[in-house]
Design a protein around this ligand. Structure first.
Ligand code: NDP
Length: 485
């Protein structure tokens, strides 16, 4: 298990020698201690990435792609090991780590590996006598900050497009869940990524993260996390006017109309909020129910929620594990109290299951509330769904668009016109119709409003990791273009 910083192709201790405890969310026991990067370590990593940039960016694009493809194959070969590491560190049920996180990580690196030599420029139709072409050039050293909720997958979402486009990377995994990212660094060294192309500096946000965001040698910072920290990143980035890409919180509206395919909607709504213990920015954390079907829906939804198998993440039968950290567990529990204080009705859950006194577990929790309540406005980021009722499409839309966020959204209906009408009217970066939480490396992922800006995945991501460089050619250089005498 790697637990040190990865800088310039080697695993090294932090300069200060300090470490941070990495705990098992199942029982709070110590897994390992990870080296704690601070500003000076980040500086070393940026220096290594800066040295590596000229050769990496000039390398044949197909060669860069080939390394990413080799990495994807190695990840497939290491599926079981990576899944166990991710489950141990984050609390993801192993069935999800093995069936979702690892395959999606490999798929993402593979997609961008294939794209590396297809990043084409363009020729612009300008006035005759001139040729204008545009190249897409890498930015340089990019800083990437990965949160604790999907560390393995987000490592691929961030590094895949950046590396394919010819950038070098300094990535800060969350100090709470650094293990799978560090293992990816090890696999990258093994398949032949040159020294310094990828560097990893797990450490606290206020020191390592802050330094990465403000570093004058970093051309772009890409961050996933809370809106509050996103604002700090923007402020820190000002010094060298670096590019910023933000993937922040969400308060996904999942709308079930009266004509919805009910069985699928119930199942999909449960998946939308309870997958990964609700620790997902795109979670369907607001469940909007048409008043005509609300009672029947809730009865069946709550029965399903109560049947979800909670347990040790490493048990293949487990469907819901613990929250990822003790601090976050407390934060989510506080929202049960907040709901109570605001007059919300607790319909299910709200307790730590008695069987797991030491782990950071929480029962699937269902609360009925009003659209303006805090639990309907703020991101809880746990297995906690807020139920809201509506009577017509206009009211559903007003509730759906009634938060500052705009990331994921969903709707369930058999009416095709309504589905497309609503999908275009909901203020969100993504909308799922009769499904929820579908992601694919080819499809752009990101939000609007307080959910951030820029997109991960697809061509959008590649564009966000390149600069358009415009070149003008006077096609007949014998004709002086200005002072003709
Ligand atoms: P943060 O946004 O504080 O942390 C996310 C990452 O950013 C962590 O690696 C963190 O490091 C780092 N960070 C913190 N401060 C800075 C800084 N000043 N400069 C650079 N990096 C920094 O989220 P939390 O972990 O505190 O979770 C709080 C809430 O944020 C959650 O309840 C959830 O609502 C939301 N969140 C959203 C995520 C998403 O997927 N969009 C992911 C994670 C959280 P450190 O851990 O040391 O603070």
């Amino acid at each position: 298990m790697q637990n040190r910083l990865f800088i310039d192709g080697r695993f090294v201790d932090a300069l200060s020698g300090r470490t941070i405890d990495v705990l098992n969310p199942h029982d709070g026991s110590l897994i390992t201690r990870v080296a704690a990067a601070e500003a000076a370590d980040v500086d070393r990593a940026v220096e290594a990435a800066t040295r590596a940039f000229p050769a990496w960016s000039k390398r044949d694009a197909a060669e860069r792609g080939r390394l990413l493809l080799k990495l994807a194959d190695r990840i497939d070969e290491c599926t079981q090991e990576l899944a166990e590491l991710e489950s141990l560190d984050t609390g993801h049920p192993i069935r999800d780590s093995r069936g979702i996180d690892v395959p999606r990580t490999a798929a993402c690196f593979r997609y961008f590996g294939g794209m590396a030599d297809k990043i084409e420029g363009s020729v612009i139709p300008v006035e005759s006598g001139f040729l204008n072409y545009v190249r897409r050039a890498p930015i340089g050293v990019v800083g990437q900050i990965v949160p604790w909720n999907f560390p393995l997958m987000f490592t691929s979402w961030k590094m895949g497009p950046a590396l394919a486009a010819g950038n070098t990377v300094v990535l800060k995994p969350s100090e709470i869940t650094p293990l799978s990212s560090l293992r990816i660094a090890e696999l990258m060294a093994e398949v032949g990524f040159p020294e310094g192309v990828v560097n990893m500096v797990p450490g606290y946000g206020v020191s390592a993260g802050q330094r990465l965001a403000e570093h004058p040698g970093v051309g772009k910072i890409c961050f996933t996390g809370s809106t509050a920290t996103g604002r700090r990143i923007v402020a820190a980035s000002q010094g060298n006017l670096k590019r910023v890409q933000l993937e922040l919180g969400g308060k996904g509206a999942n709308i079930v109309f009266e004509d919805a395919p009910l069985e699928a909607a119930i199942n999909g709504a449960a998946w939308a909020i309870f997958h990964n213990q609700g620790q997902a920015c795109i979670a369907g954390s607001r469940l909007l129910l048409h008043e005509r079907i609300a009672d029947e829906f809730l009865e069946r939804f709550i029965a399903l929620a109560r049947s979800i198998r909670i347990g040790n993440p490493l048990d293949p039968q487990t469907e819901m594990g613990p929250l990822t950290s003790a601090e976050h567990h407390q934060r989510v529990l506080q929202y049960v109290q907040i709901a109570h204080n605001e007059g919300g009705r607790l319909l299910a859950g709200g307790q730590r299951p008695a069987a797991f006194p030491d782990g950071y577990y929480l029962e699937p929790t269902v609360v009925a509330a009003q659209p303006t309540d805090r639990v309907a406005q703020e991101e809880v980021f746990g297995p906690f769904v807020t139920v809201l009722r509506f009577s017509d499409d206009e009211q559903a839309l007003a509730i759906a668009n009634g938060t500052e966020y705009g990331l994921g959204s969903g709707l369930w209906t058999r009416d095709l016109s309504r589905a497309h009408r609503m999908a275009s009217a909901i203020n969100a970066g993504m909308c799922w119709i009769n499904c929820y939480k579908r992601v694919n490396p080819a499809s752009p992922f990101g939000g609007i409003g307080r959910s951030g800006y820029g997109r991960e995945m697809g061509f959008e991501a590649i564009h966000d990791y390149t600069e358009a460089r415009s070149v003008w050619v006077n096609v007949d250089a014998t004709v002086p273009p200005y002072y003709r005498r």
